[in-house]
Structure formats: C-alpha cells, structure tokens
Design a protein around this ligand. Sequence first.
Ligand SMILES: C[S@@+](CC[C@H](N)C(=O)[O-])C[C@H]1O[C@@H](n2cnc3c(N)ncnc32)[C@H](O)[C@@H]1O
Length: 264
Amino acid sequence: MKSQLTLDQKYDFYERSVQNAEGEISFMHDEYKRIYGHRPFIFREDFCGTGAMSCEWVKQDKNCEAYGVDLDPEPIKMGIVRHFSKLDKSAQKRVHYLQQNVMNAKTPPADVVCAFNFSYFIFKSRKEMVKYFKAVRKSLKKQGVFFLDIFAGPESQKLVTDVRKLKNLTYYWECQHFNPFTHDCTFAIHFRDGKGKKHNNVFTYHWRFWTMPEIRDILIEAGFSKTVVYWEGDDDKGNGNGVFTPAEDAENCDAWVSYIAALT
Ligand SMILES: C[S@@+](CC[C@H](N)C(=O)[O-])C[C@H]1O[C@@H](n2cnc3c(N)ncnc32)[C@H](O)[C@@H]1O
C-alpha cells in the first residue's frame, strides 16, 4: 500500500531520523583543515538525496560551492523546496543539483567528496566498487578527501528492528534480510508519526553489507594514498557521545557507525 505521508513529511522524517547535516559538514571542514592546513571550498555530495549537506556547505564561506549528485528527481525536487529555497540568493548561486549517476557525474575538481548513509553499499561487486572509488578519486583535487560512513557490529546483521523515539516521531531501522554467504541484505525504514500512525517501508535498501577492511582495501586499490577511521567516543552511560576521533582499534560493540576519510 502506498504511504500516506506527504513528500514533505517523508523527507522531514528521514532527515530528522538519520541526518545531521550541520554536524557532518563541520566535521568534514575541520578534518580537512587538520589534514591539509587550509580550508576546503569545493564540495561534492554523492547520493545527495535532498542535498541538505550541500546547502549547509555553502553557508560555511562565501567562496564555498557545492555539487549534489543524485539519480532520483524526487528528493532533488524536495531538497529545492526544503533547503535550497531557504538560502539567500548569493548562496543559491553556489549550490548545483545534478541529476546524474555518481559513477560518471561531471563536476569541477573538488576538495571534499562525501557518500553518506551507506549509500555506496548499492554497488554489490568489488569491480563496481573499485570503479566508483576510482571515479571519486579522479573527481578530487590534488589535496582532496573522500569521506564515507560505514556501519557494522554483530547486532547489525541480525533480523532485528532498532527503534528510536524522537519528538513526535518514532524511527524504525529494520534488517529484513541478510545472506551470510554474499552479504546481500535488505534494510527498511519505517516511521510512526505524531498521531500514532505507522508508515511501513517508507525507504528500503537492497545492498551488499561491506566490511570496514574490504572498503579500506578497495579505497587503496582505487588509488587513495591513505585511509583514516574515525571512531565514536562513549558518554557516561556507555552510549555514543557524537565525538569521532581517529583510531586503529576499538571494542566491536553490538552496533556501530563510523567514518572513513580517504586521502588523495
Ligand atoms: C540512502 S539515500 C542517501 C541520501 C543522503 N545522502 C543521506 O545521507 O541521507 C541514497 C540516495 O542515493 C541515490 N542513488 C542511488 N544510486 C545512485 C547512483 N548510482 N547515482 C546517484 N545517486 C544514486 C538514491 O536516489 C537516493 O536518493
């Protein structure tokens, strides 16, 4: 059955549940500066959806420019309503939505490229992943960084639903299928709205569940010189504290999300 959510609700619920555009843009800015000693200006957001991050990027500086790349016209259309339209005229000139395939998108050389919310898991063979990472490597300047996020931990491969309560919204992340031989998997997002109505399978993803060592190896194979993993610290209750720092080992907790930076 078709979801009864409006398009604005669909993307509002999604962004409130799984995105933190402001925090992630500031993390990438700061890390780029720490690595290369100067600020980044050109940003490419692969699998951009509504382009929330691109619209956030151009607020950092009047010389910041962003290119959001997505195949689907629906989130792009909603991003223009939800984010682009709220920027001032000068910032709008510096945001470019491209309805293209990330595999062969044409963008000016970027300082930073990102692929977030595990969107690159769409590529299921090693050959495709190498091809995609090579395309990203080529799209970057001499001093460039490709940021990706990744998730895992023993719980994340079980057929369970993670539930998180937000203000007037409940978010469900369900693992519906996991093939241990191929790592083919299906994940779905459901929501319960403020009136108590449940909306199932608002987003579904058919992915390969890639592991951290595979992704790091493929990044190097694709020509990146080095990868850095950022692991989240704990708060006093043992939950994530939202602060990610470079690490080379950690406790394999039940479910975790971390960032990888691949340097040109
Ligand atoms: C999980 S959403 C990610 C949205 C947003 N980047 C985020 O972090 O939440 C994945 C997006 O990737 C897009 N997509 C899938 N394959 C693509 C491809 N080959 N090229 C460009 N966009 C693609 C889909 O249309 C969808 O909007």
